[in-house]
Design a protein around this ligand. Structure first.
Ligand code: HEM
Length: 280
């Protein structure tokens, strides 16, 4: 990456990628772009925080920072999306009725697009969005967030036996995203994979901050829209040609490893792809 930055500078090369954007920001030439294509990327997509939109302070960006962000993109964007795609495939195999419904949606979108799945048709697939949202609820790769308390805060008790919880400034807090996503008071029967939780009627009733697969606030995920797009495209392309089934090698139900950066099934994810007689 160091070489790439030097080469671009020497030869005045412009490539439309993240390194280019950061090099422009380094020169102070990058402003927040409020133009959007107005296409809804999906229920899980999050807007940039208002703090970022209003940010005017010039930051001194060093080449090391550019390399750090570039590397961060690989680390933050690769394993997370591949992990979620594996769980989507697993849940589709474990819930054939959901898979069948999704296949019907993908087939009809593909027919409308003369065999092609375009950006617009992909983002228009409501059931695909529900399946992805429900997988991100049940299996959020970032299963906890860590934050430092900036302002002393007290969480007041809600039930009789509880006491107030005082959090001092500087306290390191771990917020259990997975625990909240699987809390029956927010998601009844939380172990059940049920995309209907995210249908038009039900998703309106989801309480703020009880669904955070991409975190929230100024340090939330930068890659939400890209991640949703890539996952939806991969799943739609697989589903139109194959039926996903659970292999005999797979430990069923899943046995999750107790240690690791994210949650991975112990023994791996073993699924089979059965070619469809009539592909979509
Ligand atoms: C399903 C896929 C993904 C999930 C579930 C996910 C989730 C998250 C979460 C929860 C955070 C915030 C961590 C925190 O608040 O402490 C985060 C941060 C981040 N994500 Fe993602 N992510 C995904 C894909 C991607 C992709 C594809 C990219 C880039 C192409 C990306 C880039 C980033 C970056 C750069 C940050 C750090 C933001 C910052 O510190 O300000 N993520 N992601």
């Amino acid at each position: 990456m160091d070489e790439s930055i030097k080469l671009r500078r020497e030869r005045r090369l412009d490539r439309m990628d993240i390194i280019h954007l950061l090099m422009e920001a380094q020169k102070g030439r990058l402003n927040y772009d409020d133009q959007s294509d107005n296409i809804d990327s999906g229920f899980s997509a999050i807007d940039e925080s208002d703090i970022i939109k209003k940010w005017k302070k010039k930051i001194d960006i060093k080449d090391d920072d550019i390399m750090g962000v570039g590397l961060g993109f690989f680390l933050a964007g690769y394993d997370t999306a591949s992990n979620v795609m594996s769980y989507i495939a697993y849940e589709l195999a474990a819930n054939p009725d959901v898979q069948e419904k999704l296949f019907r949606e993908v087939s009809s979108a593909s027919r409308e697009g003369d065999g092609k799945i375009t950006y617009e048709t992909l983002l228009g697939m409501k059931y695909l969005d529900m399946v992805v949202s429900e997988t991100l609820r049940k299996w959020p790769p970032g299963y906890h967030m860590d934050r430092e308390c900036r302002i002393p805060f007290t969480i007041e008790p809600e039930r009789e036996h509880e006491k107030p919880l005082h959090i001092e400034k500087g306290t390191q807090c771990l917020i259990t995203v997975l625990g909240i996503h699987r809390d029956p008071q927010y998601y009844p029967n939380p172990e059940k994979f049920d995309p209907e939780r995210f249908n038009n009627e039900n998703k309106r009733n989801i309480k703020p901050y009880t669904y955070m697969p991409f975190s929230v606030g100024p340090r939330s995920c930068m890659g939400t829209r890209f991640a949703l797009l890539e996952m939806k495209l991969v799943i739609a392309e697989i589903i139109r040609a194959f039926e996903i089934v659970i292999s005999d090698k797979m430990q069923f139900p899943l046995n999750i490893k107790k240690v690791g950066f994210s949650h991975y099934p112990a023994g791996g994810m073993w699924l089979c792809l059965k070619p469809r007689e009539v592909a979509a």
